[in-house]
Ligand binder design. Structure first.
Ligand code: HEC
Length: 138
């Protein structure tokens, strides 16, 4: 094989490699959409059992800091989305909701609260948000 031919084969292999990489990346993208929004956060277990004390603490922080955007009953408004429907753009597990509250969502009005809300109160918020859903329509 001449050097020229070799170069041609190399080009072809490279071209195929790129196409294959794109297919793999595409498949990975679809897999990501189907799986958790934040796989690492999804693995985190909620260490705070649901209790009256946890819900009361969560409600206090919620009414002070979250209600202006997500509304009193969590149904959402401007600009915060509903926290009581089944749509969880950033992941639906306790761990993912916890991560969103602590780290925020980049380029949106959902800020990181880790500098203002303690870790314990963030879990209380997760519990409180979960408790809002069954009350809809009651
Ligand atoms: C200034 C308005 C604002 C405030 C205050 C706010 N949020 Fe948000 N929040 C948003 C917006 C906007 C989004 C949507 C982000 C996006 O596009 O994914 C959001 C998203 C979320 C989500 C993810 C929803 C989903 O579907 O994935 C959770 C959970 C959440 N907020 C909880 C809270 C909690 C708890 C507080 C109080 C500590 C809070 N937010 C305060 C505006 C706000």
């Amino acid at each position: 094989m001449t050097e020229r031919q070799l170069a041609g084969v190399y080009q072809e292999v490279r071209g195929f490699g790129l196409a294959a990489a794109l297919v793999v990346a595409g498949a990975a993208g679809i897999a990501m959409l189907e799986a958790a929004a934040d796989p690492e956060a999804a693995k985190v277990k909620n260490p705070t059992p649901v209790s009256e004390a946890s819900l009361a603490a969560g409600q206090t922080v919620y009414n002070k800091s979250c209600r202006p955007c997500h509304s009193r009953d969590g149904g959402g408004g401007a600009p915060g989305p509903s926290l009581i429907d089944d749509e969880w753009r950033n992941g639906s597990t306790d761990g993912e909701i916890y991560a969103v509250i602590r780290k925020g969502v980049v380029d949106t009005r959902m800020e990181a609260w880790d500098d203002r809300v303690s870790e314990a109160d963030t879990w209380n918020l997760v519990n409180y948000i979960r408790s809002l859903k069954p009350q809809v329509g009651k």
